[in-house]
Design a protein around this ligand. Structure first.
Ligand SMILES: Cc1ncc(COP(=O)(O)O)c(C=O)c1O
Length: 955
């Protein structure tokens, strides 16, 4: 029986909002006797799980922390000189405490409701400005998933730009051999399905002709050498191609920028700006380009606009580029994109300022020079004529050094291709001190049997032609907040502008904004997990391996599948990875022609975008009047394309918030024609423990761990999108250069953003099988309770055959356009005056809002939200009855800022009190938007995506 058991695991009561008494009241409102009855009415019996999940019962918060600490102790925190895209960094404590560990920053959603997101929008605009300045490019986005995927996004963007028509005239892409191997791996995976021919070679000898659409090089390169690519870039341009530079952002404080070298795109990681390595992530990659490519640019772009009062206001710009609008025509599927980490990286830059940042880079470079001088005195050869932070060494007994280094917990990067490349690199980062250098020298002394001498600076190690002379980070924001007080207040000032889960519920349908419990978050900051390098020797990472093995088993258990890959670092990446497994399966069975994928019209935009990236052609399936997949249309289209049918992508329960009864029939009919079924796991919060993707007949699914499994949304990322598969697809899961299997990698690190897996692990450990199942039941209970309260005032679109919804439901606001001139946007903005973030807008149906309360909200909070919507309905009725003006009413003018309410002049027909404090509870916890309604079109017409000169927004 599904019941809150007060003797059960302690954490269940902390995670689930309603208590036992309120549960009964809520069931009464719904008209169900018990939770079991509600679930029976809601989930078709044919797909109900037959047995409990094999997941141990929950630990208390204290027990879980103790046990995870023990697991962490199995990781060895070594001193890392591996580099290769991941560097030790010092997170300023003020940023660690006030952003990384602060729910006021990490629990927010992507800033779609710009009026209550001005803080992180400003921070992300700062991030774009920082990237533009350092790369010398005019436009940059607000972050991508990791360096390797950013490189792949750049490749796809320039491929589409050059090959404008359907015919590919320039299919070749030159990849310089000296880029990081993990980047190469991801590029190769991404290239194949879209018919890009990757040609690897040495840029110095390559012949680029008109069959190439572009090239990619790394600056400094894989072994740390700084190369001057100017002539090569000219050569590519002359052949009609474009050039991507993967650039180390720290080095750009000393080196000529990619923009000055005339590159077309610059990508890289910002991890070394204060974001812990975390065994691979999460970190924010950057993407900067020339103005002419802005409409093809992947990811989110923050821009400056104005609000209804004519004041400066920020919002996400050019959204028509994104997958949710462009769907199968999108060049990228990027949705969640590491916003929190972008915020951390730019705050690091703001804290240090241009001078501080340059000093850090100079210290790194200076230590590298010091080490070089000492090693040369031992007779060791350093192969990089020019370098920033990395020495490339040979001429000594590498095996002996490796043995000594391992014993001393010191990691270098070892190259051994079994032929002539038997070398090592040593990379210095911000955390390395002179005494670390001495330890390294001592190791070499032991191995060579000599004594190092001479610390004299070597010859210039940055070529004169590439020394940076251009200025950067001149904007006051980078030159003001250098004391801790200033920094703390700046962070707080921005935080105060944003509505987060620590203010009120965020009921975003399909996004599952549930509790991100503090206990789940704490281990992410522990050095035993946060300082681990993703390419450290496996003997040092036993703790991570143990946690990942256990987590994978739990995820398999919840999905009813047999194998799991933790690599995809967002939901959309999971879709792409999952579809690649389907593609590989068909290829393996000599059915490579199966390139059609059916996708219902109601699907999230990432689905068709991911399908195209994975080389599929999308056929759209209709939905019927009840919102379900139109089974006749599906079967017709499946039959029509049966010879080439690759599969079906579905979301379950549907994006309409319903457990479709026909699901098994749908999956069977696809299987009967040789196709496979991909299930988008965004709605897993309605499934865990009660049914599963395996039970409905799917073959593969991704799990948005940042939805169902408690990873916070971070204001637009981080997220994780592991995939689980059945036996058929298990052989085709993503591999990695360091974990070779048939398939290529989809992310830079083997376990994607590994450190945040700890959050989902902790969540599962503390809820246990019973708690997980109860959480699902309460997610459904909470949604049905709200539905019952609201259906008296609003039309609820779609319900199951017994009139219940799953974990979310859609309110139809379209009728009010005709009766009162009120649109969904007016309701969304008016909710802000009531202290709430709007639900998901116009997805999957335009003119509606989709509410998903999650299990973590208690009855009182659900009631406040319902009261707000009911009160808004009264306001609409007043307009309908002519009691309130059609244009001058609280909805049309929403949201109301403090400035507007306190202004000397008040010309509206309603009162200030009605505008700002429409219900009693609002007085207890008023949240003020800092800007009035934002004008989107103005911003897109006058695109500004970096911090403007201060004068431009002075009053
Ligand atoms: C149904 C659905 N699928 C996929 C995604 C994409 O997930 P992500 O943002 O992690 O890439 C979302 C995101 O909200 C979603 O709602």
């Amino acid at each position: 029986m599904l019941q809150l058991n007060t003797n059960g695991a302690e954490f269940i009561k902390r995670h689930i909002g309603p208590n036992a008494q309120d549960t009964q009241k809520m069931l009464d409102t719904i008209g169900a006797k018990s939770i079991d009855e509600l679930i029976e009415k809601t989930i078709p019996n044919t797909i109900r799980s037959k047995k409990p999940m094999q997941i141990p019962e929950g630990l208390s918060e204290f027990e879980m922390l103790q046990s995870l600490k023990k697991i962490g102790e199995k990781n060895i925190v070594a001193t890392n000189f591996i580099g290769q895209g991941y560097y030790g960094t010092i997170t300023p404590s003020v940023i660690l405490r006030n952003i990384f560990e602060n729910p006021g920053w990490y629990t927010q959603y992507t800033p779609y409701q710009a009026e209550i997101a001005q803080g992180r929008l400003e921070s992300l605009l700062n991030f774009q400005t920082m990237v533009c300045d350092l790369t010398g490019m005019p436009i940059a986005n607000a972050s991508l998933l990791d360096e390797a995927t950013a490189a792949a996004e750049a490749m796809a963007m320039i491929f589409n730009h050059v090959n404008k028509t359907d015919t590919i005239t320039q299919p070749k892409f030159f990849v310089d051999s000296a880029i990081f191997p993990q980047t190469k791996g991801v590029l190769v995976t991404r290239a194949a399905p879209i018919h890009i021919q990757v040609e690897e070679g040495n840029y110095q000898t390559a012949k680029i002709d008109t069959t190439y659409f572009g090239a990619i090089l790394q600056y400094p390169n894989n072994t740390g050498s700084i190369e001057d690519y100017t002539t090569f870039i000219d050569q590519v341009h002359q052949a009609g191609g474009l050039v991507i530079l993967v650039a180390d952002i720290m080095s750009l404080t000393l080196l000529k920028s990619p923009g000055e070298l005339n590159a077309d795109v610059a990508v890289g990681n910002t991890q070394q700006f204060g974001v812990p390595m975390g065994f691979g992530g999460p970190h924010a990659a950057y993407f900067a380009t020339k103005d002419e490519f802005k409409r093809g640019m992947p990811g989110r772009l923050i821009g400056v606009s104005i609000d209804a009062q004519g004041g400066r206001a920020l919002r996400m710009a050019l959204q028509t580029r994104e997958q949710h609008i462009k769907r199968e025509k999108a060049t990228s599927n990027i949705c969640t994109a590491q916003a929190l980490l972008a915020n951390m990286a730019v705050m690091y830059t703001i804290y240090h300022g241009p001078i501080g940042l340059k000093k850090i880079a100079q210290k790194i470079h200076g230590l590298a020079q010091n080490l070089e001088a000492q090693l040369i005195s031992l007779g060791i050869t350093q192969a990089n004529k020019f370098y920033f932070d990395t020495l490339h060494l040979t001429g000594f007994d590498i095996a002996a050094l490796q043995k000594e280094a391992l014993a001393a917990d010191i990691n270098f990067r070892y190259f051994n291709d079994g032929k002539n490349d038997h070398t090592i690199t040593i990379t210095i980062d911000e955390t390395i001190s002179l005494s670390d250098i001495e330890k390294v020298v001592a190791l070499f002394e032991k191995v060579t049997g000599k004594k190092a001498s001479g610390k004299a600076a070597s010859a210039a190690s940055i070529p004169a032609s590439l020394v940076r002379s251009s200025s950067y980070l001149l904007h006051p924001v980078f030159n003001t907040h250098h004391s801790e007080s200033q920094m703390m207040r700046y962070i707080k000032q921005l935080e105060n502008k944003d509505l987060s889960l620590n203010t009120s519920m965020i009921s975003l349908g399909s996004c599952t904004m549930k509790l991100n419990a503090a206990t789940e978050m704490i281990p992410v900051s522990w050095p035993a997990f946060s300082t681990m390098h993703p390419f450290a020797p496996s003997s040092q990472t036993l703790g991570y391996q143990e946690m990942a093995t256990e987590l994978s088993a739990y995820l398999c258990e919840t999905t009813g599948f047999t194998a799991c890959s933790l690599q995809p670092n967002s939901g959309a990446q999971g879709e792409y990875a999952g579809l690649l497994t389907i593609r590989a399966y068909h290829e393996h069975h000599k059915q490579a022609h199966r390139n059609i994928v059916l996708i219902p019209i109601s699907a999230h935009g990432t689905n068709p975008a991911s399908a195209v990236m994975a080389g599929f052609k999308v056929i759209v399936v209709a939905c019927d009047a009840a919102g379900d997949i139109d089974v006749n249309d599906l079967k017709e289209k499946a039959n029509l394309h049966k010879d080439n049918l690759g599969g079906l992508m579905i979301t379950y329960p549907s994006t309409h918030g319903v457990f479709e009864e026909t699901i098994i029939d749908i999956c069977d009919s696809i299987h009967a024609l040789g196709g496979l079924v991909y299930m988008d796991g965004a709605n897993m919060n309605a499934q865990v423990g009660l049914t599963s993707p395996g039970a409905i007949g799917a073959d593969v699914c991704h799990l948005n761990l940042h939805k169902t499994f408690a990873i916070p949304h971070g204001g637009g990322g981080p997220g994780m999108g592991p995939i689980c598969v059945n036996d058929k697809l298990a052989p085709f899961l993503p591999g990695h250069i360091y974990n070779k299997n048939k398939m290529g990698a989809v992310s830079a690190a083997p376990m994607g953003s590994a450190s945040i897996l700890l959050i989902s692990y902790a969540y599962i450990k503390m809820l246990g099988a019973t708690g997980l199942e109860l959480a699902t039941a309460y997610a459904i209970l909470n949604a049905n309770y709200m539905k019952s309260r609201l259906e008296k005032n609003y039309t609820i679109l779609y319900a199951g055959k017994n009139g219940t919804c799953a974990h979310e439901f859609i309110i139809d606001l379209r009728p009010f356009k005709a009766t009162a001139g009120i649109e969904a946007e007016d309701v969304a903005k008016r909710l802000i005056d009531y202290g709430f973030h709007a639900p998901t807008m116009s997805f999957p149906v335009a003119g509606t809002i989709m509410i998903e309360p999650t299990e973590s909200e208690d009855k009182a909070e659900l009631d406040r939200f319902c009261d707000a919507l009911i009160s808004i309905h009264d306001e609409i009725v007043a307009i309908e009855k002519g009691l309130s003006d059609k244009l001058d009413n609280p909805l049309k003018n929403a949201p109301h800022t403090q400035k507007v309410i306190c202004a000397d002049e008040w010309k509206h027909a309603y009162t200030r009190q009605e505008a700002a404090f429409p219900l009693y509870y609002v007085q207890q916890n008023k949240f003020w938007p800092t800007v009035a309604r934002v004008n989107n079109t103005h911003g897109d017409r006058n695109l500004v995506c970096t911090c403007e000169p201060v004068a431009s927004y002075a009053e």
